[in-house]
Design a protein around this ligand. Structure first.
Ligand code: AP5
Ligand code: MG
Length: 244
């Protein structure tokens, strides 16, 4: 009995995959994952603020390395212990730690539709690692001058219940002391949001992270968005470049 050629071909591919051992799980993740989006920009540019709208429009879950690290610090894990000093001084957490974190995160089932990376990658080494573990189709660079950033960050507060981001002046709660989204009243200010630490974070951004814009531009993935506008207007600008 003749065996159809396509069945033989499928069997051969299957055997090769089994044989390829450790290589295949990585290829498997890259092949099966839909493409991801990167939200790029200096501290306080509005990445977290705009992330919610992009998640709603694309269905891609937000992955904020800053939020993951803060959760680890609060839980007192080994990761938190390593990250704490770097975060408090406004420096970057070492690449191998961050890359390990993302390698684990992309294995989750909800990563299949692609992810919205917020604040990752932040170095060329992180971007090179990401290129090997998840396909990226769009990098949204929100551009804001340093002078505006200090005011944005020192006025920021966040709902402890649902994580919604507010600002004393630019995004106050509709009812003072009550979160618009969940009605909670437990608000927090970040330990690294002092003026001195913001300046250190800006230095880290200019020295280690901003060169990545060129790296992504050379690959045809970078879209610059002028972030010097109201929150709603920046949201409209971003919505125009999102994939259908
Ligand atoms: P992370 O938490 O990522 O902080 P960040 O990049 O410094 O950015 P922010 O979260 O401060 O700002 P945002 O752009 O999200 O602005 P937001 O929307 O909140 O990282 C923290 C630390 O973790 C790092 O310093 C580092 O140590 C470590 N880390 C994290 N990822 C790492 C990585 N990949 N590698 C190594 N280390 C890593 O907005 C800010 C404020 O402005 C809010 O109050 C908001 O209401 C307001 N606002 C927003 N948009 C507007 C607007 N258009 N007009 C007026 N106000 C606005
Ligand atoms: Mg943020």
């Amino acid at each position: 009995m003749a065996v159809p050629l396509h069945l033989l071909a499928s069997l051969l591919v299957f055997l090769l995959m089994v044989d390829a051992g450790r290589l295949i799980p990585c290829l498997h993740i890259v092949c099966l994952m839909e493409s991801s989006i990167v939200l790029f920009g200096p501290p306080g540019a509005g990445k977290g603020t705009q992330a919610g709208r992009i998640v709603e429009a694309t269905g891609k879950p937000q992955v904020s390395t800053g939020d993951m690290l803060r959760a680890a610090v609060a839980a007192g894990t080994e990761l938190g212990r390593i990250a704490k000093g770097h975060m408090e001084s406004g420096g970057l957490v070492p690449d191998d730690v961050i890359i390990g974190l993302i390698k684990e995160r992309v294995k989750a089932r909800d990563a299949e539709n692609g992810l919205l990376f917020d604040g990752f990658p932040r170095t060329v080494a992180q971007a090179e690692a990401l290129a090997e573990i998840a396909p990226v189709s769009l990098v949204i660079a929100i551009e804001v001058e340093d002078e505006s950033i200090v005011g944005r960050i020192t006025g920021r507060f966040t709902c402890g219940g649902c994580g919604s981001v507010y600002h004393d002046q630019f995004r106050p709660c509709e009812v003072e002391g009550q979160c618009d989204e969940c009605g909670g009243s437990d608000f927090k200010r970040r330990a690294d949001d002092s003026e001195d630490t913001v300046r250190a974070r800006l230095s880290a951004y200019h020295e280690q992270t901003s060169p990545l814009a060129l790296w992504y531009e050379q690959r045809g993935l970078l879209h610059r968005i002028d972030g010097n506008a109201s929150i709603d207007e920046v949201g409209v600008r971003i919505s125009k470049i999102l994939p259908e």
